[in-house]
Design a protein around this ligand. Structure first.
Ligand code: GLY
Ligand code: MN
Ligand code: MN
Length: 475
């Protein structure tokens, strides 16, 4: 059951009903990781997910493992999303097997344990504790589970796995042998649609991830000034994540100033910021394995120039209008259509688009799509095409306009399939004097929108985005 009403009331109480703003920017987030505790009620949610999955499983088996890589010194352990979504279990080196077998529909392996591992990694739960806390029908040891998996992949039944875990897939294919008739299918076929509609517990984590991210962005607004490095801002952002109990970002932080604000997925974050630059930050804290994905663009010196302000307002107004389109029953693409229309119109008025009916001229400035599902993955699972919006979906809205330095010289190559070269040349010639006033301006504004029965809630509403608020905070 996906019952949202109590949750929304809870969120409103928790976050207050007032618009954020004023002299001190209030963000309702506290350092309190108690909400991450695994409780009997979370156990019920995971049970419900497994039972929905098993209902649609037929005679096949699901085999998942907890980690994408069994060991690594470089990265913190994080369980595989499908494994965690179905089990709530977080130990590395574990396997889960699900099937319709009434006596053993859910098998969980216990982690390999020896004294040496305990010395290095600490103690893990034993089989009895795992049974009690996570509710499998049976537990098996690491050795036993490998033998069990080996026998299952040789039965010829359909085996559902996470096909993006390539190493594990190859491993299983080898076990099945070249002549086996086993079909390896993607677990996403059975689970992705469940993941698209967020449950109250998932929304709570996403709200907190957004609030932590809003806090991080606001902290940058307070700290940022010319002659600081982008990585110093990255440190403020990721330091704030850690401070509030987010173990890691949901994706690599994009912190790009000046020309780097026009590079969509800029990640080096190494440049010395200059007076007059914009700073584009596309970042997200992860909380309870759910990520935020928020972009804010600010002036490094605290005050937008006239040109920066014009582009910023255009993106902001389009984004706000698009958010209003995010209501159940509308199509996934409606918000994007609104963005295109408004930005097209604005760029025509600024003399940057010469043919209002030309999609390629618009994409010269806007480049990317403006929405994706958000959840355990930043680009979360689920079918986007030809579908209506439904309560419980969380979707980003992220319009942008970019003035890359090299865009004019690359336009012929980029749009050779869209227009005649003479038409492109004429466009370039006409816009060049105006374009030059905007070079190195990149503006993207991204919010995370939860669809509700009545409309939507902007989960990232505490990240300031009005020019007046940003300039006030940066004073
Ligand atoms: N941060 C990646 C994206 O916005 O899609
Ligand atoms: Mn983003
Ligand atoms: Mn995004």
């Amino acid at each position: 059951m996906k019952n949202f009403v109590p949750l929304f009331i809870f969120i409103l109480i928790l976050t207050g009903c007032n618009n954020p703003g004023g002299r001190t920017w209030m963000i309702p987030v506290s350092i309190d990781p108690s909400d991450l505790a695994y409780t009997p009620s979370s156990m019920e949610s995971f049970e419900e997910r497994r039972s929905q999955l098993i209902d649609s499983l037929g005679s096949g088996y699901v085999i998942l493992r907890s980690a994408d890589q069994s060991s690594s010194n470089r990265h913190e352990f994080r369980p595989n999303n499908y494994f965690y979504y179905l089990t709530g279990y977080e130990d590395r080196g574990s396997y889960a097997i699900l099937s319709k077998d009434p006596h053993a529909s859910y098998t969980l392996s216990t982690p390999p344990q020896n004294i040496r591992m305990q010395i290095y990694d600490g103690e893990v739960l034993d089989a009895e504790e795992i049974m009690e806390k996570y509710g499998p029908d049976q537990t098996v040891t690491y050795r036993e589970v490998r033998a069990l998996i080996d026998s299952l992949v040789k039965t010829g039944a359909s085996i559902y796995i996470d096909r993006s875990d390539r190493t594990f897939m190859r491993d299983l294919q080898e076990m099945a042998g070249e002549n086996g008739s086993t079909q390896f299918k993607h677990i996403g076929e059975l689970v992705d649609e469940l993941r698209v509609i967020k449950e109250p517990m998932e929304v709570e984590y996403m709200q907190k991830a957004c609030n932590i991210t809003a806090m991080a962005l606001t902290n940058v607004m307070r700290e940022c000034k010319p002659a600081m490095y982008e990585f110093e801002m990255e440190a403020v952002i990721e330091g704030t994540f850690l401070e509030y109990g987010s173990a890691m970002p949901g994706f690599n932080s994009i912190v790009g100033s000046g020309p780097n604000s026009t590079t969509l997925h800029y990640e080096p974050n190494k440049r010395l910021m200059e007076d007059g630059d914009l700073l584009l930050m596309d970042v997200g804290a992860e909380y309870g394995y759910y990520t935020a994905d928020i972009t804010r663009t600010i002036p490094v010196n605290g005050k937008f120039t006239a040109e920066q302000g014009k582009i910023y307002e255009l993106v902001l107004e389009a984004q706000k209008a698009a958010i209003e389109q995010m209501i159940p029953g509308h199509m996934f693409t409606d918000a994007n259509d609104t963005i295109k229309e408004m930005i097209n119109q604005g760029l025509v008025e600024l003399g940057l688009i010469t043919d209002p009916g030309s999609p390629w001229q618009l994409s010269f400035y806007t480049i990317h799509g403006t929405s994706h599902f958000l959840g355990m993955d930043v680009h979360d699972v689920g079918r986007y095409r030809d579908r209506e919006l439904e309560p419980g979906m969380v979707i980003t809205i992220e319009p942008g306009i970019y003035f890359r330095e090299k865009a004019l010289e690359q336009a012929q190559e980029m749009f050779k399939n869209d227009a005649d070269s003479a038409v492109i040349a004429e466009f370039i010639e006409e816009i060049t004097p105006v374009y030059e006033q905007y070079v190195n301006i990149g503006v993207r504004i991204e919010d995370d929108i939860l669809l509700t029965t009545g409309g939507n809630i902007n989960l990232s509403r505490y990240a300031p985005k009005e020019i007046e608020d940003i300039e006030q905070i940066m004073k």
